[in-house]
Design a protein around this ligand. Structure first.
Ligand code: AMP
Ligand code: GLY
Length: 432
């Protein structure tokens, strides 16, 4: 079948790499794609990267009709929250990714919290506030630290953990003052949860559900998990801290009731559910949902996936997950290290020359392109904050780590930096 993949980051390069390996994939298109994705497609000799106007849903549908695209795989959240999935489905095209209504699980934190309350899903206590006055009044009911979140999509920046009452009050004023634009028109105030964070992925078509592995990432830019938040500086899978028992609990107490609640309210959720969990003393609690694969978590999941990605995503998109083969993940460990451009996350330096990726891959690693561009002369340069994801597998996490960093050492990119301690928490727990 012909497939159109939406997105341009490392997550989409990893998806493209796996989609293209499937015997079911005839032609792969990507929009907008990136130079790494273009390479994957060029190796197959069919398809390519196309700059479709993604907010013009009719134009995307027309492209699909003209190129006999039978499946659209949406990588990032923005087109889903914008309803691209609904428009394409209305045009008779199968889409991997939720409807606009169901994507509210990521698009509105208040929506998700209310759904948790209705379905009895364990999560932090909260209050939704539609005005600064309401929010200030609600603060009295929380102890410190307190978590304050802009309701809408804020590119991962709309969450503040306030340590003092002054900081909490100032955050509320900032959010209602427009610091996050429309995303802060409403805020959610939350109880602070103590524990370790872990990500759990599940694929669902609205009724059947299959677990799709666990991961942990490092959100802070600096060594030792310090400094400003980023989209993620590295990740590994599986996350041993989510034991089989805890995963079963999270599936039963969080994921399954969510899928049921969404179906019952007339917004069946179809696609990948990415649950950010806090492993508290009382058990796993939901921190947040994302309606897409994590970036860079997807890269480590794709490295471990042994079964056919096209068969899985297509069955999900068609509501036939119950009769599809369950995904199989290798028992190996995978790690990805993000190479970012100097200045990230504030103002990343653009245009730095990148060389020697094939030498890095000769070490058995995969280098996914997250923010690169090809110049007219055919050179590869940085474009964006997170530039490369150097990804490797191993029999244990230490081996995956050593392979990823050995590959990274081959790369020439003067403008790049990375964290040297990805996986530190887990590696410290493992026997040496
Ligand atoms: P979110 O965008 O909801 O994932 O929040 C970003 C980060 O803030 C999470 O990854 C957590 O590290 C932290 N966080 C969010 N909510 C809470 C909470 N209720 N308690 C403790 N930490 C939280
Ligand atoms: N790496 C976190 C995310 O994709 O949201």
């Amino acid at each position: 079948m012909n497939i159109l993949l939406i997105g341009s980051g490392g997550r989409e390069h990893a998806l493209a790499w796996k989609l293209a390996q499937s015997p079911r994939c005839t032609t792969l298109w990507a929009s907008p794609g990136n130079p790494g994705i273009a390479e994957v497609i060029a190796a197959r000799g069919k398809g390519g990267c196309v700059a479709l106007p993604l907010t013009d849903h009719a134009a995307v549908a027309t492209f699909c009709a003209e190129h006999e695209v039978a499946l659209v795989v949406v990588g990032p959240e923005a087109p889903l929250v914008d309803g691209l999935g609904d428009s394409l489905r209305a045009a008779g095209i199968a889409v991997f990714g939720p409807s606009k209504a169901a994507a509210q699980l990521e698009g509105s934190k208040g929506f998700t919290k209310d759904m948790c309350t209705r379905a009895g899903i364990p999560t932090a206590g909260y209050v939704r506030a539609k005005s600064a006055a309401e929010a200030h009044a609600a603060l009295a009911g929380f102890s410190l630290p307190v978590v304050i979140k802009a309701d809408g999509l804020a590119a991962g920046k709309g969450v503040v953990i306030a340590q003092t009452a002054e900081e909490a009050a100032a955050t509320i004023d900032d959010m209602f003052g427009g610091a996050f634009g429309g995303a802060g028109a409403e805020v959610v105030i939350e109880e602070f949860l103590e524990g370790e964070e872990v990500s759990l992925f599940a694929i669902t078509d609205g009724s059947a559900i299959v677990p799709f592995g666990s991961a942990q990432d490092h959100k802070r830019v600096g060594e030792g998990d310090t400094g400003p938040n980023t989209g993620g500086m590295g990740a590994y899978s599986p996350a041993p801290v989510l034991t089989a028992e805890l995963e079963a609990r999270a599936m039963a107490e969080i994921i399954a009731p969510t899928v049921k609640a969404m179906a019952e309210t007339g917004m069946p959720y179809s696609g990948v559910l990415f649950a950010g969990l806090m492993l508290t003393a009382e058990g796993p609690k939901l921190i947040e949902y994302n309606c897409r694969f994590g970036d860079p978590e997807c890269q480590v999941l794709m490295m471990r996936l042994e079964s056919d990605l096209v068969a899985l995503l297509d069955a999900c998109a068609r509501g036939e997950l119950a009769s599809a083969a369950a995904p199989s993940m290798s028992a190996e460990n995978a790690m990805t290290v993000v190479v970012a451009a100097r200045g990230y996350p504030a103002t990343p330096a653009s245009g730095g020359l990148i060389e020697n990726l094939s030498a890095a891959e000769a070490h058995g690693a995969k280098v996914f392109h997250a923010g690169t561009a090809a110049t007219a002369e055919g050179a590869l340069v940085a474009k964006g904050g997170r530039v490369l994801n150097v990804t490797a597998t191993g029999a244990n996490l230490q081996q995956a780590r050593d392979r990823a960093y050995a590959a990274l050492a081959e790369i020439h990119f003067d403008d790049g930096f990375w964290r040297s301690d990805i996986g530190w928490r887990e590696l410290a727990r493992q026997p040496t």
